[in-house]
Write a protein of this length. Structure first.
Length: 78
């Protein structure tokens, strides 16, 4: 991310993506959202609700090993 990216914009985008993702998964698959992965030309964004009050927002380069990232997230969450 650019250092000029406004944190409040990131929070708003993250909240919107989570809200839409959770509704779509619940409506179409009758399930719960695990995470959102967005792939762009310069990298990936991972958004995951940790609990009622916490959200993980992660930004990586295109060269990142997503398998290792998701493994580290699961290890961190226990």
């Amino acid at each position: 991310f650019s250092r000029l990216t406004d944190e409040s914009r990131i929070a708003a985008f993250t909240g919107a993506f989570l809200s839409i993702g959770e509704r779509v998964i619940q409506t179409m698959l009758n399930g719960k959202l695990k995470h959102i992965l967005i792939r762009g030309t310069k990298g990936f964004l991972i958004i995951m609700r940790i609990d009622e009050n916490s959200v993980l927002f992660l930004s990586t380069t295109v060269k990142a090993n997503l398998g290792l990232i998701f493994e580290a997230i699961q290890e961190f969450l226990g």
